[in-house]
Write a protein that binds this ligand. Structure first.
Ligand code: LMR
Length: 334
């Protein structure tokens, strides 16, 4: 009897160690946008490559469209280890106590993706990542989305057109100041709630890269869209530092390779995705799209660049200067 029990016990131990050896490491990757967006596609690409390069030792579960966590909750979930990877917009790090990322929200600070990449692929981008470490977070990569445009239910051609409008923003003090500069009324709101807020009139308008506007169907509840390209929206792909550092070295190396390649993919498709979304919005006939003239856009730029100076004390004059240095932007020359 005793021998039988011992044998059964050994079989059970054997089974559980086999099961443990075969159990993949699960990475839950949560995000708030649709799958058919630059970030959604890049997250799916990372899943594909990570599983391939680790030969199944890692399983990536991607949860798009706020199905697992919304904006605010996802940061907490990452710190608690309930989720292992996120790619929040750079405008959403303020509540975590890392204000410097809001430098990316300064209106008109980047003229193009090329200018932006001097920062995100360079030293400044790496320095910003080091600010996350004391929070238990590790920055892995910067993924592009694109340049934002304003939408509302009334025409937008000049800065004054947004006066008095309730405008949804992400949780960034720079964006708050940007809206105040236009005499609009900023309202911080989770991304998952914007469509309904626009539909019911809780807010009058918002700002988005067109891929976000289109995939959330916001164009169906916004009569006007002005192509202002007044600010950048992109992402930091982040992970729980303890989780990342605890991975077997060979697994980590494979994941780094998967991340590098999905970053190249993300940053290659972002512009096209936004261009295609703009075509779809135009085709829908639901929103009137206004292409601003050079002078009209310049009027927005002149109205909004003063935000840089006003936000110096929050973000740090030195950081803003270091970006000007990379891109050649000179606020005195408009
Ligand atoms: C937003 O809240 O508007 C964006 O940050 C959503 C996103 O992740 O692109």
């Amino acid at each position: 009897m005793k021998v039988r029990a011992l044998l059964l016990g050994l079989v059970a131990v054997g089974l559980s160690t086999t099961a443990a050896a075969a159990d993949p490491i699960v990475i839950k990757f949560s995000h708030v946008v649709a799958q058919d967006t630059p970030k959604g596609k890049a997250a799916d690409k990372f899943k594909e490559l990570a599983e391939k390069y680790t030969a199944g030792a890692v399983k990536v579960e991607v949860y798009p469209n706020s199905t697992l966590y919304k904006d605010k909750e996802e940061m907490e979930a990452l710190q608690l280890g309930a989720v292992q990877m996120l790619a929040p917009s750079l405008a959403k790090f303020g509540p975590l106590g890392v204000r410097e990322f809001e430098v990316f929200d300064l209106p008109f600070i980047f003229d193009s993706y090329e200018d932006l990449h001097k920062v995100t692929y360079g030293q400044v981008g790496q320095q910003l990542f080091s600010k996350l470490e004391p929070k238990g977070i590790k920055g892995l990569a910067y993924w592009d989305n694109g340049f934002k445009s304003f939408s509302a239910n009334s025409p937008i051609k000049k800065p004054e057109d947004l006066k008095g409008k309730k405008m949804r923003i992400q949780s960034s003090k720079v964006l708050e100041e940007q809206m105040r500069e236009l005499k609009a009324l900023p309202q911080v709101m989770a991304f998952s709630e914007v469509y309904q807020a626009l539909q019911t009139g809780v807010v009058d308008g918002t700002e988005n890269p067109i891929s976000n506007l289109y995939t959330q169907k916001m164009h169906e509840v916004q009569k006007h869209l002005a192509i202002t390209d007044h600010g950048y929206l992109g992402y930091a792909v982040i992970t729980n530092k303890k989780f990342w550092d605890g991975l077997p070295a060979n697994v980590r190396t494979s994941l780094e390779k998967a991340m590098k390649e999905s970053t190249e993919y993300a940053n290659k498709i972002a512009k096209d995705e936004n261009d295609q979304s703009l075509e779809m919005v135009k085709k829908s006939g639901k929103t009137e799209v206004t292409q601003l003239s050079k002078d009209e856009r310049l009027a927005f730029k002149k109205a909004l660049v003063p935000v840089h100076k006003k936000m110096e004390s929050r973000i740090g004059a030195e950081l803003i200067e270091s970006i000007y240095k990379e891109t050649g932007f000179d606020p005195a020359k408009l």
